[in-house]
Design a protein around this ligand. Structure first.
Ligand SMILES: Cc1cc2nc3c(=O)[nH]c(=O)nc-3n(C[C@H](O)[C@H](O)[C@H](O)COP(=O)(O)OP(=O)(O)OC[C@H]3O[C@@H](n4cnc5c(N)ncnc54)[C@H](O)[C@@H]3O)c2cc1C
Length: 460
């Protein structure tokens, strides 16, 4: 057991947000230890593996300014465009793009600042846009604005990208997920040249160059925390250790953090991810009935609604809606399935994988000319959870919140102002489960680092 070590900051989890936080803090002169349970860093931002589409395939709301501040020399190329819409819906769709773009732009300019107040953000957006995207259930807006079932579906899919939710849910979970997805996508699907792994490698390089120490294969099993500091215990194949720190940044999901803090495991609050990934290998490059590959499968509004209804009845949707993504190999495709909550597969994951594979291959077959044999490798939310310790396989560590502070929110501490606070002053969130996520964005890691630096300055 290694013990007696002390750092200014320990980062629990070396996902991309954790690496961003470590890089900013080490560059500011703090001593930083990152502890990562896997043998590699990056979390869901992973190097390509034989299962091509298993992890994040594009960057999200990653601000160019963050790349510049960290000196990351990454070239991002933009992926395939979203599908076109029929002429009859053209004007409504253009208005949709303008309105959603307006909200996304207003939020995007705040992502590297302390949380804006809701009223300040609202003042920057047309009142009708705010009402349609923030105040009322997204399903109402979509049904009012579009008549075409396919266009309605296209407008709705972003809301279903994280969890299985009704488009009419009065809690507006779907609107919050929609906004998070919008922030991820509104600059197009951007992919680093060289693959997603180059982003993690660049972040790790920047953090270590600045002096951060990164220990992989070190799973944190416990955090003993008080308001003035904490002690973190980790285990690895070569032994165990403890390290004390003034601040602990949690790149693990808030639900996992509660367990590490000794507050127990609460199944009723566990996030439920609802995405499956299917790697499809065809026996030859396919020809498509419509002349071009579809971007979405089974994503008509009626199909999405029926799929959601199936999930509430505990049944796998048939067909499974989702996005079809090309790879560099014309015979290999990745399918990102929606509305497939982890709970559907708890009883028998193997049977679940087989059923997902059958349904996706059958639906794909409807778009292909002639017979094609396809091997399908399926990753369930359970697989994501097992590999990354993302609870319920939820890609955002839990349902997203609005990326602003309520008008009466307490904003007394730097952590509160940056949206990364927990109930313990020495422990801050720094990952996707903090208030601002944006997928692969680095925004949460930046926010946590800025909160620590401000708290340190206030203490001097
Ligand atoms: C399958 C999938 C596809 C996705 N696709 C996209 C996409 O295309 N575009 C996009 O923008 N977003 C995508 N996302 C979402 C995005 O990748 C994540 O929200 C983001 O990467 C989360 O980053 P993070 O650093 O907060 O956490 P993570 O990436 O989850 O990293 C957390 C790290 O903590 C480690 N850890 C966990 N427990 C412990 C412990 N006890 N001790 C030490 N370390 C621990 C984990 O091993 C992991 O490395 C996807 C997510 C998934 C799961």
């Amino acid at each position: 057991m290694t013990s007696g070590e002390r750092r200014d900051v320990v980062v629990v989890g070396g996902g991309h947000h954790g690496l961003v936080a470590a890089a900013y803090l080490a560059r500011a002169g703090m001593s930083v230890q990152v502890l990562e349970r896997l043998p590699r860093t990056g979390g869901a931002v992973a190097p390509a593996d034989p299962f091509a589409g298993r992890w994040a395939t594009s960057v999200g709301a990653l601000p160019d300014r963050l790349l510049g501040e960290l000196g990351l020399d990454l070239e991002l190329r933009t992926g395939p465009a979203e599908p076109d819409v029929p002429d009859a819906e053209r004007a409504a769709w253009d208005r949709w793009l303008a309105d959603t773009g307006q909200l996304a732009d207003a939020v995007r300019t705040t992502l590297l600042d302390p949380l804006p107040l809701e009223r300040d953000l609202r003042a920057r957006v047309d009142p009708d846009v705010w009402r349609d995207l923030v105040v009322r259930p997204l399903g109402e807006t979509i049904e009012e604005r579009f008549r075409d079932d396919g266009v309605r579906g296209l407008a709705a899919v972003g809301a279903l990208s994280a969890g299985a939710v009704s488009l009419h849910d009065p809690s507006l979970r779907q609107n919050r997920a929609f906004l998070d997805d919008l922030l991820q996508r509104s600059s197009g699907r951007r992919v680093p040249v060289g693959g997603m792994g180059t982003l993690a490698a660049a972040l790790e390089g920047t953090a270590t160059e600045a002096g951060a120490e990164i220990r992989t294969s070190a799973g944190v099993s416990r955090i003993d925390a008080g308001d003035d500091g904490a002690e973190v215990t980790w285990d690895g194949p070569d032994g165990a250790g403890t390290v004390a720190a003034r601040w602990v940044l949690a790149d693990v999901a808030p639900w996992v953090l509660e367990i590490l803090l000794g507050h127990g495991e609460h199944p009723e609050t566990k996030p439920v991810g609802a995405q499956v990934t299917v790697d499809l290998r065809l026996d030859h490059a396919p020809a498509w009935h419509s002349g071009a590959p579809p971007t979405w499968l089974a994503s008509g509004y009626g199909q999405l609604t029926a799929a959601y209804d199936a999930t509430t009845a505990g049944v796998l949707p048939d067909p499974v809606p989702g996005r079809l993504e090309p790879t560099d190999d014309p015979a290999a495709w990745t399918f990102h399935g929606l509305l497939t909550p982890a709970t559907l597969f708890d009883a028998d994951p193997d049977a679940g994988r087989a059923m997902v594979a059958d349904r996706v291959v059958a639906e794909l077959g409807r778009h292909l000319v002639g017979p094609v044999r396809a091997d399908a490798q399926v990753s369930l939310p359970q697989d994501v959870e097992r590999e990354l310790a993302m609870p319920g396989g939820h890609p955002l560590h839990g349902d997203p919140e609005w990326p602003w502070a309520g008008n009466r929110a307490r904003l007394d501490t730097p952590a509160q102002r940056w949206g990364v606070q927990t109930d313990i002053a020495s422990v801050l969130l720094c990952g996707a489960g903090s208030r601002r996520s944006g997928g692969v964005s680095g925004v949460a890691g930046h926010a946590a680092a800025r909160a620590v630096l401000e708290a340190a300055a206030e203490a001097r």
